[in-house]
Design a protein around this ligand. Structure first.
Ligand SMILES: [Zn+2]
Length: 726
């Protein structure tokens, strides 16, 4: 340490008098999810090939000790992009409400400074719902999720080559401007499924294969920067949001413990001002990245904006040594999802204290794997760190808690594989809680049962699913989601009454878990308890006043029992909450149509296809409305769109044929009816229309032959009366 400092001082003296480099014009931030520092050759690994990252480490600087503040994707990324600790920015779990509007992000600061901004993210945990899209002009976060998807939320991801390519295209288009690009790669996150040749090359250690594959992607991006001539003017920052347990301390993945296996990450920086080859001593924290980037870019943060991090720029330029500061980390996963104790850690240089029911102290320099708890032998050191940590925690609890548990139900539902205890309820209860160290086997077992139960549920193996959730209940894992998913499995088994009881139990545990209101309403409706169903929807609506689904579902129910007046009222309320919802428009439009309010219906359906031009059924509805009202040309256009989008639907083919036929073009209509019959041989109406056409053609032919018998052949007429192709 002292030797390094001395060497640095010497080089400082050598550098003096040199012109300072102009600030970078561009910022490129790459976060490679779940990347352990010790997997990269530049961090001493010998078994994984990471040539591109290694080159960046040579051309730029490498932080020997980079640390995150939560071993979880969302909270950790929010720290990177806000310069704040999780307790300060409020995002403490992957399941959480969006980041508060009051907290500015790096993207917002740079956007107001005139930068073009874009983000390409690869996990649904970072979708725009996280609030991280603020300040980004482009935020590419689309993930295809189908109803029957047996994957879990944290595995809903895009393979990195897609987002990398999109990022390169965006940079190419914006290379003339100042820009900030964030690329998030999710590949090293489980499931580990590297593409070839990495799958073969790293068989049996697929995590390493994903790391090598991510390195290739990094290389593609860096090549593009070189080719576009942007390398010399871009500050490139490469880091991760957390590491991976890989079995250390019994932890397979990340999020449950606070060991260095998941808190230590790589951090590489390269660009104007960063000293090539520099090895940064001292602790670089996620919260330091935002102030560092602003410092390098020469962008001043808005007045009054405080960050918890400090700029590392001086040290990275080689102008100063990094003063030692503590770093903090937390995980609330054991508490929020299982009701066990949360964990908090404070580390200053090599000494790390973990606050747990049985506290731990490690010297992470001598004992990198944290196997020897020094809490008894170095109690004085532990005491100092503990006091510091407890002071922070006391400040946190004094801070006004966000009272709204507005976790979006969709997100909760997709994360269902991990039981979820109401955050506010869990945080408020005090008393002795189990030490996560004693619960790691339970955690693995419960996670396994939940995963199996969820997979069976999504694959419609309802009996097996219900059995898993019942086993969990028998283990006294009373997470509200166990009740909720058991209820869903019971619906599948046709046990509606028992299902209703499970949804009621879900809501007893957490009245904010709004998906349960929808399910409860569904089973009550199925049990012919319309009043009860509507009451459940109204309860849900009270909890989530901005969620249009309660009114939408209510509208559907009224519609089904033939109460159009009530249905229209409910859909109108839904529409007010979801002004961009195409489906509600279609439903409301169809209701108006049935009520004879054709103009209203027309305008709603036209808006719907404008909002979602890719839905064949919306076009079909519009076509029926227009065609039914006598606008055959408009109807034809709409049916044509429906048929173009879905050429396998017999109804669309028939409707298109009919609109064409009714406009007096039987020859053109024929093929559509034949297509209808090809798709659906029992489509009698299509058969009838074809025989109509045949009769028509025969009559025409007869008329022609009579005409020709009367006088000279009229070639014009024969040509226009071509028989339909058979
Ligand atoms: Zn992550």
């Amino acid at each position: 340490m002292r030797l390094a400092a001395f060497a640095l001082l010497l080089s400082l003296l050598a550098c003096r008098g040199k012109e300072p480099a102009p600030p970078p014009r561009h910022l490129v931030l790459v976060t490679i999810d779940t990347l352990r520092a010790d997997r990269l050759s530049c961090y001493g690994n010998r078994d994984v090939a990471t040539p591109h990252l290694d080159r960046i480490a040579t051309e730029g600087a490498l932080a020997r000790d980079a640390s995150v503040h939560a071993p979880l994707t969302r909270p950790s990324h929010v720290s990177i992009l806000t310069g704040l600790y999780p307790a300060e920015h409020g995002i403490r779990d992957n399941v959480s409400p969006p980041l508060s509007e009051k907290i500015p992000t790096l993207a917002q600061v740079l956007q107001s400074a005139g930068y073009r901004t874009a983000a390409f993210v690869s996990s649904i945990v970072l979708s725009s719902q996280s609030g991280l899209s603020r300040g980004f002009e482009t935020y590419a976060d689309s993930f295809e999720i189908s109803e029957n998807d047996a994957r879990f939320l944290n595995t809903i991801q895009r393979r990195g080559d897609g987002p990398t390519q999109e990022a390169i295209e965006w940079i190419t288009a914006n290379r003339g401007e100042r820009f900030f690009l964030w690329l998030h790669l999710y590949d090293p996150h489980d499931p580990y499924e590297p593409p070839e040749p990495y799958a073969s090359r790293y068989r049996g250690r697929e995590y390493d294969g994903e790391v090598a594959w991510s390195d290739e992607l990094m290389g593609r991006l860096d090549d593009a920067l070189s080719k576009l001539g942007l390398k010399e003017t871009t500050l490139l920052v490469v880091t991760s949001d957390h590491g991976e347990g890989l079995g250390e301390h019994g932890e397979t993945h990340h999020g449950f413990f606070l060991y260095e296996s998941t808190l230590r990450v790589p951090l590489l920086l390269r660009g104007p001002g960063v000293r090539p080859g520099l090895r940064l001593e001292g602790t670089a924290r996620s919260v330091d990245l935002l102030p560092t980037a602003l410092d390098f870019l020469g962008v001043v943060a808005p007045a009054g904006q405080a960050f918890s991090g400090r700029s590392l720029a001086g040290a990275l330029r080689g102008e100063e040594l990094l003063p030692a500061v503590p770093t903090y980390a937390e995980t609330l996963v054991p508490l929020l999802h299982f009701g066990w104790s949360d964990l908090h850690a404070a580390r200053e240089r090599e000494w790390k204290f973990i606050l747990a029911p049985r506290p731990e102290l490690y010297n992470v320099q001598k004992d990198a794997e944290e196997l020897e708890n020094r809490i008894v032998f170095d109690s004085a050191r532990a005491k100092v760190l503990r006091a510091d940590l407890e002071r922070r925690l006391a400040d946190e609890s004094e801070a006004p808690a966000d009272s709204s548990p507005a976790v979006p139900p969709d997100l909760l539902e997709k994360l269902g594989a991990l039981g979820y205890v109401s955050a506010t309820a869990a945080l408020k209860t005090t008393g002795p809680r189990a030490d996560p160290k004693d619960k790691i086997e339970d955690y693995k077992e419960v996670s396994r049962l939940l995963r199996e139960g969820m997979t069976a549920l999504r694959e419609k193996r309802y009996g097996e699913s219900a059995a898993r959730f019942r086993t969990l209940l028998a283990r006294e894992t009373e997470s509200l989601e166990v009740h909720y998913y058991l209820g869903r499995a019971l619906i599948g088994l046709g046990e509606d009454r028992e299902a209703a009881a499970q949804f009621a139990k879900t809501l007893e545990r957490d009245p904010w878990f709004t998906p349960a209101y929808l399910e409860l309403a569904n089973v009550r409706f199925a049990l012919k308890d319309v009043k009860g169903a509507v009451a459940s929807l109204r309860d849900g609506q009270k909890r989530a006043p901005a969620d249009p689904r309660f009114f939408d579902r209510e509208g559907e129910m009224w519609q089904k029992i033939g109460r159009p007046g009530e249905a229209i009222r409910a859909y109108q309320a839904a529409l007010a909450l979801a002004p961009k919802d195409a489906l509600v428009r279609v439903r409301l439009g169809e209701l108006y149509r049935d009520q004879g309010e054709i103009e209203r219906a027309k305008s709603l359906l036209s808006e719907a296809v404008k909002l979602n031009p890719n839905s064949a059924s919306y076009w079909n509805s519009l076509g029926m409305l227009l065609g039914g009202g006598g606008d055959l040309k408009g109807g034809e256009e709409a049916f044509r769109s429906a048929f173009r989008l879905d050429g396998t639907n017999a109804q669309y083919a028939y409707n298109l044929g009919l609109a064409v036929l009714r406009q007096g073009r039987p020859a053109e209509a024929g093929p559509y009816f034949r297509k209808t019959l090809e798709l659906e041989p029992r489509f009698q109406a299509a058969r009838d229309r074809l025989s109509e056409i045949r009769t028509h053609e025969e009559r025409k032919a007869r008329e022609r032959s009579e005409e020709s018998a009367r006088g000279p052949v009229n070639t014009q007429k024969v040509r226009s009366g071509t028989l339909p192709r058979s």
